[in-house]
Unconditional design. Sequence first.
Length: 766
Amino acid sequence: MAPPADPFEIVDEPAANDPQPARRAVLSTAHLDGLNEAQRQAVIHQGGPLLVLAGAGTGKTRVLTTRIAHLLISGRARTPQILAVTFTNKAAREMLDRVAGLIGGAADGMWLGTFHAIGVRVLRRHAELVGLKSNFTILDTDDQTRLIKQLLQAEGIDDKKWPARILAGIIQRWKDRALSPDKVSGDDAGEFANGKAVDIYRQYQARLAEVNAVDFGDLVMHCVTMWQSHPDVLAQHHRRFRHILVDEYQDTNVAQYLWLRLLAQGTSDVCCVGDDDQSIYGWRGAEVGNILRFEKDFVGATVVRLEQNYRSTPHILAAASHLISHNEGRLGKTLWTDMKEGERISLRGVWDGDEEARSIGEEIEALQRDKHALSQIAILVRAGFQTREFEERFITMGLPYRVVGGPRFYERQEIRDALAYCRVTVQPDDDLAFERIYNTPRRGLGESALRALRIIQRAQKVSLFEATRRALETDELKARPRKALGDLIRSFDRWRAMLDGISHVEVVETILDESGYTDMLRLDRSPEAEGRLENLKELTNALQEFDTLPAFLEHVALLADNAERSGGDMVSVMTLHAAKGLEFDTVFLPGWEEGLFPNQRALDDKGLAGLEEERRLAYVGLTRARKRAYVSFAANRRVFNQWQAAIPSRFLRELPTGHLAESSDAGLYATYSAGHHGGLREQAGGFDYESLGVTGMGRARTRWRDETFDDRRAVEGDKPDFSVGQRVFHQKFGYGRIVAVDGNKLDIEFEKAGPKKVLDSFIEAA
């Protein structure tokens, strides 16, 4: 038979030189060997749409790749008729290799890739239908932001108040929902850029067309628009793709959902694989509702649940399943395994974050002595700022580690910027630090001003800071940069003088506020901004541990030197979001406290939906562990130079006591079951951690056991009155005298820590 004129027209008969019949004769059903009953059912299913609800560690990738191989080996499909969509290029390569291994040769002609990669292929062929040429370019984030900045400036919109990077993120979220400029509602538009955000979006799309370019959001949205406007083109793709498979369906956004629904109109053989209990990317547009309504979207769909787990022990699986069962928005499944019972989950309460890092470090050292590979140990945190205490503890211990999915704490951009301000304050001749922040936040200083300063620097052989000071005495700078630089130099002089009069922690807080750096992040509406602010707060916590700012800067320099020397077998430190898809023999889950986990911002922004996504995140964390899981919470967290009593996470109440280590669950369940404040016994200034079965270590344990530090007094009504001049003791700051009393807040001059404001519930008479 002659080949069809239209390459999108695919005939059903195999080509004469098709090698697959020979492979089928050899391989027969060997590719099905080793599958359990549910996996086999998912692989061989032929009766219409299929949803494979694949729990953590149940062999999802194996099912997906084997199903593709089965389509080919059984003769139900040829490679060009198959469309398989993944979420990462790495996953696509892995799937392609696995399929090739199963069919005994390359799977040439199959469309397998990410939504964006497949979108590029489609648009190259039909570019003119969306106002482009086939050789269009794809803008990266920097190019996208630069173009939007030009449009903002042309409209006279202040880029400092309304940053282009933020508008780029807003536009991307609109595109994730397949909203072209004409479809954005007034409620969606908001007041960004003085209410001109939609108009800028419209200009941005027009400008992209003029320069024959797209951004990543367009790669999916343009396909949706084209297929909706040109049914004949959509029909071509219907004829081509007879079998559609989608991985990680729970992570699809609205645009990807519409993309799939349009393509799926041409075939009943649609197979989506995913886990509603692992939908944790709502903050970047993922809609868990896509997988929850699969049976409504695809009438007659079959749901196959993969519940046999090949990764974790029964205790870990039972605890994770019981935890996630509290979510209402789920299709429901229960993981099980035929593995040996293994260790129960360890639940540990500690005094504070430092104690938490120390105890985990000691536990890792004990595992290491038992020949446990460090590469099979992970610490999974809810927020990036939590890594700092672990990094410093591990470097002190000489324990090698790596931060996965992001830079180490002191290498993060906002931390490096803050440290640069500190370095210039302490040492104004630090040219690298000064150059880094002289226009951060933006002060209207460009390259021309910097060139002028460098000319003075070289001619007079002085530092860049001194060159700036001298330039202010001449007319070599224009009025605007002269004023901006003058304000900056005077600020540094003032901050430097403050070091002689007040705490260096307060000085750094003042620098971050007066420089405008904190406000810059507060105005940033990107999903990352909140985490960057939390990192700055954690930086001030780190400063507390040093007597002077120079001592702290020296410490950071030594940390960087040690980090560069690390290598080989290392502990992995990462956020829970970055851990999805990974697995380790031993997993530590610190910081299970209200406000931190579940995250307060998620609860404030999304209410019940936010809580359920946080619970899914906890489920993901637990199911990363093969053999051991350690969950911990602290009684206190230091936030922006203030100690705060921490409340154990509500998720702890949802861990079944029968699967917790006996040493840690005693009293915990009983206290939660009391039903006060979500099961917790609330008190002024804290919670009754002793009744929670806290297994604190070191001095914290001793103080709890002898009740010297007794928060129960608030419940029992015998809270003592404190007076000015009284000598008192604080667990972290030591001895001091009260200098002022304001309700339950005390101003205390500590003998070693200096002046502090603390709550009276953390103080005892000396």
